[in-house]
Write a protein that binds this ligand. Structure first.
Ligand SMILES: [Zn+2]
Length: 695
């Protein structure tokens, strides 16, 4: 056989294997993301993925657009193209009351000129971004936003990164029939839990930019419209299908003929559909369902703003046609806005760790969407002036989902003349230092760097998750130590002794022991976390890592000049100035010395990198007391070998490491069939996998 032939055969084998791997990965994605019942471990999944990636790197011509490796897509360099929708993506007429639903039903009967029964499907009305997906020969070929209903933005690369969007529809014998062309409409949302986690991650990674992610829908929409699909890939987007827009006709009668059947069909094809979908015979049943649903609207994993009711029979639905710009056969029942009116009785000023003064409204208690509200944010003084909200005003208050309630505006017609303008305080309410406004900013600041409130807030931040992560000092913990005179700065925390803590209220022997252990562990945090924890304005974890890339040790960073910092791509002039100024401040230099003297590790990042990848791809949960290792030491050991440590047991957990007095986590692991190791078992696993890697 010639060399050329040998190569060809090898390539053919690779092509075959790549196709097989893609099929497997798609199948496991479906099991994991849609069915929620994976049949392989994350590590095994990663192996399949890595193998495919390796083949595609070797033979780039084998890469297909629907390959799972392409889900973090390549860079685009042009603006979003426009797509004409196959049928107009209409918006729905709205109903706010039961009578409006009955009136809609009466109009339908009149138009149809029949008393023949028709039935309804009821679905949640997603508060997300509507998109239209086109599948050609079973492959996702086009994705577009709703746009103006006729023209949409093409967002195919971003949509390909969404794991709940099947890149390919099943073609097996047992699968439902797939037409040559299928157009599906649905909604891209961010689940509430995912959004919270995403906000926390943004807060930790880039606190300066995190504030813009206040609304899940806007965050989803922003992600879809980025030219770089990596942005979409980094946001926790989920797609729910809610309708078949168009299907080529060759399948005829085998295609679903009702909306309810269409949703089941979409689900069978691998799409997510809402579990709250119902089918009803009469409008009164529909009304009972939507009204009862309102009380549970917050129980769904995603935000909704109402329910959609459609005539179930698709032929009838289409025959009903369009009235104005709405389809006649569907209507949106909107839940009443969660808005109430109450009195603004007091304004308090909070001072953050940077000194920023944040006004907060104290309200006459009011009940809205299941909770009593006493406080609301007023954002900033510019916002207060723009809305003309005054102390003593009756205000409109909104609680959107689980977001902190905020004041929408005042009711000036209810004023009696006793209301007062809300102005920034001239002096800090905590330290009486003058309040200043930074050039070009809308915020006001306490001008005193030693302000006790600022210091307390900084210390709270320092010990917080994502920074030094000292369990036991969160919330009020660190304040108690400040008030007891035990802690004045960050370094004092590392000098705490058991005999100082024991007399404090709420400190038993066990709590003291635990706290000292977690302080000890915090001394070993990697340098990027330490730098982010220092509270240098504008320096979160992302910036800290960027800085360390160019100035790998604390000494190098401390001695970096403005010119050197300014030259780093991604570090602007203002940030360079701030960093230089922070390190030039004698009290900050003294703090770093003191931290070092108290044993806080400041070694360059390299030493924190894993010693091996033996546990790479595995996720561990620790529970109970191990014979020789503390919880933190065990976690460090796992992480040093490339494993992950999670706090709760889930289907993603590879192993639970259990010691004495293990509790509910162990039970859950057993219930889920997750293997349980003791400390020796963990060591054996590492040794075994190290040996494997060396072969
Ligand atoms: Zn102050």
């Amino acid at each position: 056989m010639s060399d050329q032939n040998a190569e060809l055969t090898e390539r053919q084998a690779a092509a075959q294997r790549a196709a097989e791997l893609r099929r497997l990965i798609h199948e496991h994605n479906h099991r994991y993301f849609v069915l929620g019942a994976p049949t392989i471990s994350d590590a095994e999944y990663d192996q399949l993925f890595d193998e495919l990636d390796a083949i595609e790197k070797r033979y780039p011509e084998l890469i297909t657009p629907d390959s799972p490796t392409q889900r973090v897509g390549s860079d685009l360099d042009e603006r979003l193209p426009k797509v004409t929708h196959p049928a107009p993506m209409l918006s729905l007429a709205k109903a706010y009351t039961a009578d409006e639903l009955r009136a809609w039903q009466a109009r339908l009967e009149k138009v149809l000129d029949t008393s023949a029964a028709f039935t309804y499907t009821v679905e949640p009305k997603f508060d997300g971004v509507s998109v239209v997906l086109t599948y050609t020969d079973g492959h996702l070929t086009l994705a577009a936003t709703r746009g103006d209903g006729y023209l949409g933005d093409e967002v195919t690369p971003a949509v390909r990164t969404i794991r709940s969007v099947p890149p390919r529809l099943p073609s097996a014998e047992a699968a439902p029939p797939v037409p040559r062309r299928l157009v599906v409409r649905g909604e891209v949302v961010i689940h509430k839990d995912d959004f919270k986690a995403f906000q926390a991650r943004m807060q930790a990674e880039q606190p300066e930019g995190a504030a813009k992610f206040v609304n899940a829908r806007n965050t989803a929409s922003g992600a879809l419209k980025q030219l770089d699909p990596k942005v979409a890939a980094s946001r926790p987007l989920t797609f729910y299908a809610f309708g078949v827009v168009e299907a080529s006709e060759e399948l005829g009668e085998r295609l679903p003929r009702s909306q309810y059947a269409a949703l089941q069909y979409l689900r069978a094809l691998g799409f997510l559909t809402s579990d709250a979908v119902r089918h009803f015979e009469s409008i009164e049943e529909v009304i009972a369902y939507v009204q009862a649903f309102e009380a549970h609207r917050h129980d769904l994993p995603f935000e909704i703003d109402g329910m959609v009711i459609k005539v179930d029979d698709l032929a009838l639905y289409n025959a009903l046609g369009i009235v104005g710009k709405n389809p006649r056969g569907a209507i949106a029942y909107k839940f009443p806005p969660e808005e109430v009116i109450t009195r603004l009785v007091k304004v308090t000023f909070n001072v953050g760790r940077t000194g920023m003064i944040v006004p907060s409204a104290e309200l006459a208690p009011v009940f809205v969407s299941g909770a009593t509200i006493r406080q609301a944010t007023l954002n900033n003084f510019e916002d207060i002036a723009r809305k003309d909200v005054r102390l003593g005003d009756w205000v409109r208050l909104k609680r959107a989902g689980e977001v902190i309630p905020f004041v929408i505006g005042a009711l000036p017609e209810r004023r009696d003349g006793t209301e007062q303008l809300i102005l920034p305080p001239e002096r800090c309410p905590f330290c009486d230092a003058p309040v200043v406004r930074a050039e070009g900013e809308i915020a006001y600041y306490c001008s005193n760097p030693e302000c006790p409130e600022r210091r307390a807030r900084q210390l709270e931040y320092f010990v917080g998750r994502g920074q030094m992560d000292i369990e036991g000092l969160a919330e009020r913990g660190v304040r108690q130590l400040i008030e007891a005179g035990l802690v004045r700065d960050e370094a004092d925390i590392f000098a705490l002794k058991a005999e100082q803590l024991e007399p404090l209220e709420g400190y038993g022997a066990l709590k003291v022991k635990k706290l000292l252990a977690s302080i000890e562990a915090a001394k070993q945090r990697p340098l990027d976390r330490l730098i982010a924890a220092l509270g240098i304005p504008g320096v979160g974890l992302t910036v800290a890592r960027l800085l360390l890339k160019h100035f790998p040790s604390l000494e190098a960073l401390q001695n970096a000049t403005f010119e050197q910092l300014d030259a780093v791509p991604g570090i602007g002039e203002a940030l360079a100035k701030t960093v230089v100024a922070w390190f030039a401040e004698p009290r900050n230099r003294a703090l770093l010395e003191k931290l070092r003297a108290h044993g806080v590790q400041m070694a360059p990042l390299e030493s924190a990198t894993p010693r091996s990848n033996a546990l790479s791809g595995l996720t561990f949960v620790l529970t109970g007391t191990l014979p020789t290792l503390t919880r933190d030491q065990a976690a460090a050991l796992i992480e040093a070998h490339g494993g992950k440590v999670a706090s709760s047991v889930s289907k993603k957990t590879s192993y639970v490491v259990a010691g004495e007095a293990a509790g509910s986590k162990l039970e859950k692991a057993q219930a889920l069939g997750i293997p349980v190791l003791d400390e020796d078992g963990l060591q054996a696993l590492i040794a075994e996998r190290l040996a494997l890697r060396q072969d």
